[in-house]
Design a protein around this ligand. Structure first.
Ligand code: URP
Ligand code: ZN
Ligand code: ZN
Length: 481
């Protein structure tokens, strides 16, 4: 029997710490050898290319259920195709709770739908209604089943939690050994400003940004961190949009708190001006927090270089632009308050970050790998199986052409969404092949994976999600409330 099922030969292998010339031997879907020279009956030539770990996107909304019972346009099949086309092999998507219902039935439905996946996947559980049954019975149950992270929203009707509810979720997470991710914007402040903007007739998409300026994101981030510190629960702040917000995270980290910051592709390239395009066009760029401006892009790169922001996700959202179920669902002249939030970005994540980061000289290739693969895998309990190139890890690999120039268009995204906010953007660097557990699942843009070949990634206990053991007065309120 041959030693390897496949050898990836001649590439420069990049991990979160090094870039070295090496061949990779793969057997049974795992990396079993890394050496200067390997041979086997089947080889894949990576000469002149980087070999990166498969991307790990720990914040993307795929086939998310909507209030009416149907789901987003992006199915597990189309979403997986988009991921593999862009070099992402593992995702953590969401199971959402509808207020007044429990967690278990929706989660079972998400598992059923994800059986069509072609990427490996896990779920964050969104908590919108932390009843006694949810916090004392259901959260421990789903965590035991491998859904080891919770997502809470401090804004959005009808998702947002007030501070007491947020504390109850933090406490439940602490008891169960789960990680918590937080959408930080101040609900009441957005409501108040929105009412004023609408009263003044300011309804166009661009006023979405006016309804939620930087300080309401900063305030909610500060509060989310302070309350997590009180409960002694590790958190990640999702989709940080600017340095002023990241500074709150930096301060928390300097004080030794277990607080991490994530941002998304859009906060390096989109701006508030995009939401000011003629007519309704600005809706294509509408996500929360709102994209800021070019100075904020520079500020975010600083925070990335300082490792304050150490994960870049897509926050891919499954809303089309056209159609009765898309951004225009409330009419072509709907006010900004009634336009669904979120932008698609599964495929564009690695190419845009590489282009803006590595090709533009802002970060090196190892940091790029940390941002898109190694750190998200570690933070969410997927390491060492995912996120790196190491003996024993899954052979999830991307062969990357660092010099290829590509002008982005929606067809390249291979998603089910009818637009990309990155249309016509030119990027340097592109994935030419993707391997998932040793199988070549994308080559030159052609995705060739079987629906259902993705595997659920149950996540067990891991150190990063453990509390520090530091509580005010030494009193553990989370044991009681
Ligand atoms: O606007 C956004 N980000 N929509 C997706 C849901 C979320 O807030 O993460
Ligand atoms: Zn969010
Ligand atoms: Zn999101």
């Amino acid at each position: 029997m041959a030693e390897f099922d496949l050898v990836v030969r001649g590439g420069t292998v990049v991990t979160g710490s090094d870039a070295v010339r090496a061949d990779i031997g793969i057997r049974g879907g795992r990396i079993t050898a890394l050496a200067e020279s390997l041979s086997g009956p089947a080889t894949l030539d990576a000469g002149g290319l980087y070999v990166l770990p498969g991307g790990v996107d720990t914040h993307c909304h795929i086939e998310q259920l909507r209030a009416g019972g149907d789901a987003d346009e992006e199915t597990w099949e189309s979403g997986s195709r988009a991921c593999l086309a862009g070099g992402t092999t593992s995702v953590i998507s969401f199971s959402n709770q509808f207020k007044g219902s429990g967690l278990l039935a929706p989660l079972a439905e998400y598992h059923r739908r994800a059986q069509r996946a072609m990427v490996d996947y896990g779920f964050h559980q969104i908590i919108t209604d932390p009843t006694d049954a949810v916090v004392w019975q259901e959260i421990p149950q789903i965590v035991e089943q491998g859904v080891r992270s919770l997502k809470v929203f401090l804004t959005y009707d009808p998702l947002h939690l007030d501070d007491r509810q947020y504390l109850r979720v933090l406490a439940a997470a602490r008891r169960s050994g789960a990680f918590v991710t937080v959408h930080c914007e101040n609900y009441e402040a957005i409501r108040w400003r929105t009412e004023a903007l609408l009263a003044d007739g300011r309804t166009a998409p661009k006023y979405h940004a006016w309804s939620r300026p930087r300080m309401i994101e900063r305030e909610a981030t500060h509060r989310a961190i302070a309350l997590a510190e009180m409960v002694d629960q590790p958190i990640q702040v999702f989709h940080v949009s600017c340095a002023e917000v990241a500074a709150e995270i930096a301060q928390a980290q300097e004080r030794g708190l277990k607080v991490w910051g994530e941002t998304c592709t859009q906060y390096f390239v989109l701006t508030a001006a995009d939401q000011d395009r003629p007519g309704f066009e600005g809706a294509r760029f509408m996500c929360s927090p709102s994209p800021r401006d070019a100075a904020d892009h520079a500020g975010m790169w600083d925070m990335v270089r300082r490792n304050v922001i150490d994960v870049v996700s897509s926050d891919h959202s499954g809303w089309c632009y056209e159609g009765a179920r898309g951004k225009r669902m409330n009419g072509a002249d709907a006010s900004f308050r009634d336009i669904p939030n979120g932008v698609p970005g599964l495929t564009a994540r690695l190419p845009i970050l590489f282009s803006e980061g590595v090709a533009s000289g802002r970060i090196d290739i190892t940091q790029f790998v940390r941002l898109v693969a190694t750190t998200p895998a570690r933070l969410f309990g997927l390491a060492p199986r995912k996120g790196s190139i190491a003996i024993g890890a899954d052979a999830d690999l991307v062969l990357w052409d660092a010099t290829k120039k590509t002008r982005l268009n929606n067809a390249m995204m291979q998603h089910a969404i009818d637009y990309t906010p990155y249309d016509a953007m030119e990027v340097t660097g592109w994935p030419v092949a993707t391997l998932r557990r040793g199988e070549v699942v994308m080559r030159d843009g052609h995705v060739q994976a079987e629906p259902g070949s993705g595997q659920f990634l149950p996540r067990g206990p891991y150190d990063l999600a453990k509390p520090r053991g530091v509580l005010p007065d030494g009193f553990d309120a989370s044991a009681f409330a």
